[in-house]
Ligand binder design. Structure first.
Ligand SMILES: Nc1ncnc2c1ncn2[C@@H]1O[C@H](COP(=O)(O)OP(=O)(O)OP(=O)(O)O)[C@@H](O)[C@H]1O
Length: 320
């Protein structure tokens, strides 16, 4: 197949007064052209940090940034800011950060905000950019006269559509969406999900969809990566993941989701996610794991290959 993005042993550590936070600790996965992955996990597991590490959008307190991010054959983790801005960010990968709809500039009209990436990253003239902005805003389901409105004149769902239009306007190959529906009511959430599905189908775009809501992720993803304490603990195709989750953490995550179709017992995951400054030795999940064995407390499990495309980081599946 045609690999679009390959993330290899990516690490992003932060330095703080309390110590080094290992937010992304050796994450690897790949996606083919047009394929999508959902990265799921509890709050604080490192999902947003992973998104920023892929784009090399690093805060000032970085302690370590390491690994490879190979996009369309080029390792973009080695590029400098100027190269990333001119050739990669927006043009090849767009990023919709958490709560992006609230970060639209309140004093600039929607249209002027939409054309910015085209002018700065794609070299469009203003007239060409306006034409494209009108086309895009209509495509995401907003009447074109809204390009002359200010963000406060739009509902939350409309602002999220504007953000999606902005992410798509430069025709990137990959869009990273960090909790794209979490601030919206359920009906608007469903509408935005439908829009994202349509975009995917029509434009053949790849998504990296970051969420703590695994039920939502099931709608969009071909693959699922479960993050726990900075590491991927299960990587699988979506069908296998939702029908036969392997890692005890994945099983607990899935059984904590209520379902309208089945009468099932809802369980919750006891305890809290570990500190990323002093994570537990061995498997980072062992203090919360109902199946923890001796080895889990001592040695970190490797990512074990179960079948093609299905990996799990758990001693229950072999090893020593
Ligand atoms: N700049 C930073 N400096 C220090 N620690 C940070 C920084 N950014 C994030 N962290 C810490 O890194 C860990 C991972 O955070 P991150 O936001 O990546 O997780 P997340 O899974 O996306 O969580 P959420 O869903 O709540 O956003 C957390 O412990 C967080 O407090």
């Amino acid at each position: 197949m045609d690999t679009m993005l390959q993330v290899e042993q990516l690490k992003l550590y932060y330095i703080t007064l309390k110590g080094v936070v290992r937010a992304v600790d050796g994450v690897s996965f790949e996606i083919d052209r047009g394929e999508s992955i959902a990265i799921v996990g509890e709050s604080g597991s490192g999902k947003s940090s992973l998104a920023r590490a892929i784009l090399k959008l690093l805060p000032r307190n970085v302690f370590l940034y390491d690994g490879k991010v190979i996009l369309d054959g080029e390792d973009i983790s080695k590029l400098n800011e100027a190269e990333l801005n001119s050739r990669v960010r927006w043009s090849k990968i767009s990023f919709v950060p958490q709560a992006a709809m609230n970060s639209l500039n309140p004093v600039i009209k929607i249209g002027d905000q939409l054309i910015e990436p085209l002018i700065y990253h794609k070299g469009y003239s203003k007239d060409e950019a306006i034409k494209k902005a009108i086309e895009m805003i209509t495509y995401v389901g907003i009447p074109n006269e809204f390009i002359n409105r200010y963000p406060f004149e739009l509902s939350g769902g409309m602002r999220q559509r504007v953000i999606i239009a902005m992410a798509l306007i430069t025709e990137p190959k990959i869009v990273i969406l960090d909790e794209p529906t979490s601030a919206l009511d359920v009906i608007t959430q469903a509408n935005i999900m439908n829009l994202l599905k349509r975009v995917r189908l029509e434009k053949g775009i790849s998504y990296i969809f970051i969420t703590h809501d695994i039920a939502l992720a099931s709608d969009l993803a071909d693959k699922v990566g479960v993050m726990y304490a900075g590491k991927i603990v299960e990587l699988s195709d979506a069908d296998t993941f939702y029908t036969k989750p392997l890692h005890p953490y994945s099983q607990l995550l899935l059984s904590s989701v209520p379902s309208l179709r089945e009468d099932k017992n809802i369980t919750y995951i006891k305890g809290t996610p570990p500190s990323l400054i002093n994570p537990p030795p061995g498997c980072r999940f062992h203090p919360r794991c109902p199946f923890a064995m001796d080895i889990c407390r001592r040695e970190e499990p490797p990512l074990i290959s179960i079948e093609k495309g299905v990996y799990v980081r758990c001693w229950l599946y072999g090893g020593k």
